[in-house]
Design a protein around this ligand. Structure first.
Ligand SMILES: [Zn+2]
Length: 697
């Protein structure tokens, strides 16, 4: 095998990778084809649209007189991550879009000479709306927290959309679902091809939005908004509705030469399909796009006059007035206070940045109050940096002022500070959520502004009496994340087969329910988490599809699962270990959690052990319970009763040694002073302890 210089090998590898990703730059063709399959009437509507364009296109001289103004709303669907882009980045994207649609882009005159004379001026102007659908003041940007920002598709649009006959809807997300791998910059629906009015518009990966902030500023990334908007107003890829590079198709525009596509390169002399290709066309996939043709400009000017997808409603003068986008309209909106904490859980001694995320106006003053009831911080900085020395739940209040007014928001328990050592000296290895599981030192469910949905104690609904924890999820908005954090566990004495089991009950509301459960682990007060397990709605469903409130009524409605082996082993010798359960709503019903059981000195021999050392009957019991052993007992053994924190409450004496008779059992009497509740019966023999859960009624 010949030796390849390293630099060349590296270059080849990088080129191949980016080439692969570029195949998936835009998902419009795939989404439109999918819409045609599920809604065959849309294909007919698109054919009628193309027919109308063919017959009327010549009437529309682009850029000559009509300068269409189009009201825009940008919906930022975010999970408080990089996709929570700034107003400035959105403004930058619209600047690029407006330059490109008015032949004002600085590279328009750098088009290769063969195509310079064909550069078209579309003549559309995009303006952020200043009035929302209710006539209220807006800056034309909405911000919605949702897990649907990851691998987003049309479902993310359902979280926030404005009527398409009044606004051009643009959604910004973390990432777009890609069945073929690689990164998708965005996708659009051609006029009349959207599966529903509420999905009509374009969706963009935040990294392909503008040239600043999270965008890298490359030609390729910055022009995705231009490309997708071209689709929205009727332009096809120059090769039609197929994939880039798959052959010579037709885009129905006469001055765009046939091509099989410039898939992520910039070969200005590319010649496919028998002619020189317009590589620099915005609707191609080249890295050097800078133009629409005059024919494409005509097609879009015709498209904006069709009823297909209600495109002709957008620019009507009455609509510009209704959306506050008419010439000369000015308005100062009141701000909507919002903030983002760098971490929502941390150790005592941590310094956290809390960032202003006010929307709808640019604030000029900030007043913060951050308090756990005993310790209070105040600040007038925009983005205060707070060092938390005391543990507790901190409420955060932000009041902002802007030219258009003031606004205030308070989030209860916005930040949880845990003791850097132990919060919970009586760690519970087997937890059935009795006795106020959300009391201090036990379970924490950071508040989310999604009441009444989220974690709560579910009294009298349980696998193990008396409670379970429940996510009130029936009817929750899609993509909401409900977080539950465990007490602090000491794993320092645990080695060998570290294991955590749990029980859950869940029902879908429809076969399409897409709820998720994520389980993570941390040994630094939740400052960083390591994801250990993801369970899908199919994994979680322990009962059939239920549209009314799901309440498990028997143990058959529950399932169990565990984390074992290498999933937990790296934490085996650590202290202050916490588990995090994140439930993400996906249209399903309620979720219930019970019986957290961690292997250790007080874990029980539960049902997953095929050969427990002993069993209890009856259970629940009144005052008498019989222990039946699975093996012959040694001469010396002991049996005691423990509470769930591991405290020994009572030990039985005068138990006689050799138990070889049949049945191999002991009948024990529970002392009268032990109240009803959940306990552990412990058997100590041969240097090992075995536990079983006992419910005393
Ligand atoms: Zn495209």
């Amino acid at each position: 095998m010949p030796r390849i210089p390293l630099a060349i090998a590296f270059f080849t590898a990088v080129f191949s990778l980016s080439n692969l990703q570029a195949q998936n730059l835009c998902l419009t063709s795939e989404m439109v084809q999918k819409a045609f399959q599920t809604h065959p009437d849309l294909q007919l509507e698109f054919q009628e649209f193309n027919q109308w364009i063919a017959e009327h296109e010549s009437q529309f001289i682009p850029g000559a007189e009509a300068n269409y103004v189009i009201p825009v709303v940008v919906h930022v669907i975010h999970d408080n991550g990089m996709e929570y882009i700034s107003d400035a980045q959105i403004a930058d994207a619209l600047r690029i879009l407006n330059e490109d649609f008015n032949k004002l882009n600085s590279d328009a005159n750098q088009v290769v000479s063969s195509f310079l004379s064909r550069v078209g001026n579309v003549g559309f102007e995009f303006r952020l709306a200043k009035k929302d659908p209710n006539g209220n003041c807006t800056n034309g940007i909405t911000r919605t927290q949702s897990y649907l920002t990851y691998n987003a598709d049309d479902k993310a649009k359902s979280l926030s959309f404005w009527p398409r006959n009044k606004y051009y809807n643009v959604w910004i997300v973390n990432s777009i679902e890609s069945s073929g791998g690689g990164i998708i910059g965005g996708y659009a629906y051609l006029p009349g091809t959207a599966p529903s009015a509420a999905t009509d518009g374009i969706i963009l990966d935040n990294r392909y939005t503008g040239s600043i902030g999270t965008a890298d500023g490359s030609n390729f990334n910055a022009r995705v908004i231009t490309h997708e908007t071209g689709h929205f107003f009727g332009c096809l890829h120059p090769w039609g509705l197929n994939a880039c590079g798959s052959g010579c198709g037709d885009d129905l525009v006469s001055d765009v030469p046939a091509t099989s596509g410039s898939c992520n390169n910039c070969n200005l002399s590319q010649n496919t399909c028998g002619n020189l290709n317009n590589v620099e066309n915005f609707m191609d996939y080249a890295m050097c796009s800078k133009m629409f043709t005059a024919g494409q400009a005509s097609r879009m000017n015709a498209a904006i006059n069709t009823t297909s997808g209600q495109r002709n409603s957008l620019w009507q003068s009455a609509n510009l007035i209704a959306t506050g986008t008419q010439n000369g309209f000015t308005q100062n909106c009141a701000p909507i206070a919002d903030f983002h904490a760098e971490k929502t859980t941390a150790c005592t001694g941590s310094a956290l940045l809390i960032s202003d995320r006010t929307t709808n106006a640019t604030p000029t003053s900030w007043a913060w109050t951050i308090s756990n009831g005993t310790q209070t911080f105040t600040s007038t900085d925009q983005n205060p940096y707070i060092t938390f020395t005391a543990p507790g739940d901190y409420n955060v209040t932000l009041t902002v002022g802007a030219a258009g007014g003031t606004n205030s928001t308070t989030r209860q328990k916005a930040i949880r500070i845990f003791d850097s050592n132990f919060d919970d000296q009586n760690w519970i290895y087997f937890d059935t959520f009795n006795n106020n599981p959300f009391s201090y030192g036990r379970w924490t469910a950071p508040s989310t502004p999604n009441a009444p949905y989220g974690w709560e104690t579910s009294s009298q609904v349980f696998y193990t009496w008396p409670n379970s924890l429940k996510v009130n999820n029936n009817g929750s908005p899609l993509g909401k994340k409900f977080t539950l954090i465990s007490p602090s566990y000491d794993f320092s004495a645990l080695n060998g087969n570290l294991r955590m089991s749990y029980r859950f009950a869940f029902a879908k509301r429809a076969s399409s329910s897409e709820d998720l459960l994520l389980i993570s682990i941390s040994s630094n007060c939740g400052q960083t988490w390591t994801l250990r397990k993801t369970l899908t709605a199919n994994d979680l469903a322990s009962s059939g599809i239920t549209t009314s409130e799901f309440i498990p009524t028997s143990t058959a409605d529950w399932r169990s699962d565990s984390l074992t082996g290498t999933m937990l082993q790296p934490w085996a010798n650590r202290t202050n270990v916490r588990l995090k359960f994140e439930f993400i709503s996906g249209g399903g019903n309620h979720f219930y959690l019970d019986d957290i059981n961690i292997s250790g000195p007080l874990s029980i021999d539960n049902e997953m052990n095929p050969n427990p050392a002993f069993s209890l009957f009856p259970n629940p019991a009144q005052r008498k319970v019989t222990l039946t052993y699975s093996q012959i007992l040694p001469n010396h053994y002991s049996i005691a009763l423990f509470d769930l924190s591991g405290r020994e409450l009572f030990a039985w004496s005068e138990l006689t040694g050799q138990q070889s008779a049949t049945p191999n059992a002991n009948e024990l009497h529970i002392p009268e002073h032990i109240q009803a509740g959940t306990y552990l019966i412990g058997l100590n023999m041969n240097g090992q302890q075995h536990f079983q859960r006992l419910i005393l009624q």
